[in-house]
Design a protein around this ligand. Sequence first.
Ligand code: NOJ
Length: 597
Amino acid sequence: MTIDTTPEAELPETGVPVAETAATLIGTGGEWWRSAVIYQIYPRSFADSDGDGIGDLPGITSRLTALSELGVDAVWLSPFMTSPQHDAGYDVADYCDVDPLFGTLADFDLMLARAHELGIRVIVDLVPNHTSWDHKWFQEALAAPEGSPERDRYMFRDGLGPNGDEMPNNWESVFGGPMWERTTRPDGTPGQWYLHIFDKSQPDLNWENPWVRERFHDILRFWLDRGVDGFRVDVAHGLIKEEGLPDYTPPADAGSMGGGATAGDSLVGLEPGIDAHASDDPPTPPYWAQEGVHEIYRGWHAVLEEYEGDRVLCAEAWVEPLTKLARWVRPDEMQQAFNFTYLSAGWSAPELRAVIDNSIYAFGTVGAPSTWVLSNHDVVRHASRLALGAENLQGAGIGPKSPGLPDPVVGLRRARAATAVMLALPGSAYIYQGEELGLPEVIDLPDSARQDPTWFRTNGEKYGRDGCRVPIPWAAGTPTYGFGPATSTSSWLPQPTDWDDLARASQEGVESSTLELYKRALALRSQNDLGTGELSWLEGYGPEVIAFRVGSVTVIANLGATPVELPVEPHLGDVLLSSEPLTEAALPTDTTVWLRA
Ligand code: NOJ
């Protein structure tokens, strides 16, 4: 099969034989990001050097060797820029400075230099859909008259009705409540409304305005000049809104980030079985996945090309089907897009096989690698998510009163098996800090500790994302498990009291630990070039098993309830890796094994 990788290429029709797609459609090219394993650092919760309970850049620098030992190729840092922190830094008040909570620009430079010294590339988070309401652009817009160029940087509109006191349309914020907030004029009378897809402290920029586009080219160059290797682009499907901002009521079962899945809301609404081979465009909400976003990313691609070496743009775009998401990674746009369809797949062999196949196929049509991701700072950690009961609205976050709470033993076992599948797949894999320790979602956070705007904007109806953001444990036996200095006694979200065994130091060198499983998988992935390999499916293991070969490694994952016979005796030395101990020539339930092919 020959694939046309020009940007205008028609996306292929449905019905391409599965085995053929998986084996033949892997993008080629020597760029590092095609096969990189990228570790997400959530700075608030990674390492706290000054004991204020919040992680910071010097903390990251001091812990980079641990990531080098883990074997990752790059790190992505969630936002550390100046921000009032109403959405944990995704509300940026100055794109070109570091928030004092996290340190200084000099701390950033030191962190970057240390990472590069260790051979780790650094990707920073760019938040272009909205600024903080503290940003000077927004403050200037508020101070300027209606209809002024300053106002035109954002999405200001007059209200409806005789007094303008009705919202300009019926859109609802991803975090709950309306998507509009009314301003007050200097004389105290009510003024125009502004649009905010997320919290009211996050006004949306007007990306139809060339001034906004130019400013973001400046911001890209600011970080590229400092030496960053790329950007993770927040809400990369939201920048352009449908002309006229028509009313829109989402289907009852839809997630709010588009494509059925969402940050901070739900993973509800994804159809198992996936329709990534579909070439049609499903209806799109007027604020997601508008055609106009692509021109913006072509401009950014050109900015990255001004710099030597391979730089990467990775889209956070909750877009389905995968064939549509592939438009974000056409050769002249971004390099990667998070594969949330993969993240959202249930614990089912047919579903997992379909999504892997469809991903390689869809991204392959445009010459891009697929990415793979199981956890991040917006979703329930996969060591809990994969064991949630069917009745649970999983992405809404889970708390003590959620239905279908997970069995932690089953969850961790499945998470280890799922990771062992993911790290064998060709393409680029993202790891979220703490998953290499097998951390579960923290379910029983006290209500008083919760900080996610989702929790507040839904009046506690949705727990939100705090449970996956709890500071990670480094060492047993100190009040913050070594997250902060020895003298610190607390962290911004309280850590559970039973994390001693999950701490990194407790797992180091312990063969059965999740940390050692990750290290082994990453070393083998690199030694066997799995990230750039070709995948071919192996048949005959039964409906609850997925089995495939990449290069010289055979991967078999048993997602079913009964053991499956292995083609080799484990003691013969053909087992490269197993997510659980193997005692006989059978693969137990919820276990993945890598064999020498
Ligand atoms: C997606 C980010 O991952 C999430 O954490 C944030 O709340 C929203 N975008 C808004 O920026």
